[in-house]
Design a protein around this ligand. Sequence first.
Ligand code: HEM
Length: 227
Amino acid sequence: MSAVAALWSTSIGKKAVMAVTGIALVGFVILHMAGNLKIYLGPEHFDAYARGLRALGEPILVHGQALWSMRLILLAAVVLHVVAAVQLTQASWAARPVAYTEKEAVAADYAARTMRWGGVIVLLFIVYHLLHFTVGVVGYAPGQFQEASVYRNVVNGFRVWYVSAFYVVAQAALGLHLYHGVWSMFQTLGMNARGNGFYRGLAVVAAVLVVVGNVSIPLAVLGGLVN
Ligand code: HEM
């Protein structure tokens, strides 16, 4: 068995895979949120940013190559993260057919359950989000979605109040998932030199930044600040 397969076959190996893919996903979510805030600079800046993402690395790379490479890495990270989570969950259910009665065990179990449900909500959100803002097949009147007008698509998309409400709820689920995920990642990778409070603080900062930054956008559209 290769070293990678041997690592994958253990639960600590799967947790390490979750931590490493989690770092890539948190990095993407923070950068994506920062990019999303360019919407406050107006349509020219926001659409130029979207075009810039496709032109990244030119002329050394061909048009779209860097973006597609990033998409493939992101997809691989999501698949590995989810498969490891499902297998760890199955192993934990198989090992514990009868519920715990101890208080701490119940608390740990609650966090794990929240992560599982939160993860499912975040995954459903990502599928909806791609169909909404990238493909444009949900949430728009016929002909309203224009691939090149990313700013207009976001404004038209968030003008539908229940779509905005869904985004806000999904960001809350993402925030909780990030908070617990970032915290567990430090534990799995054995990074506890600075004491628990420091790493919890980092987890809170990452989660709050992402939630506040992202939630501000549908609210700004509904409030007429971005139009
Ligand atoms: C209110 C918050 C958000 C806004 C306004 C937003 C906006 C957008 C827009 C406009 C696009 C299409 C970009 C383009 O076509 O150039 C996009 C793509 C994407 N978003 Fe978001 N997003 C938000 C939150 C999120 C979150 C929380 C995640 C992940 C958990 C996420 C993951 C993605 C992914 C994976 C893509 C596809 C990137 C690509 O392949 O080009 N987004 N987002």
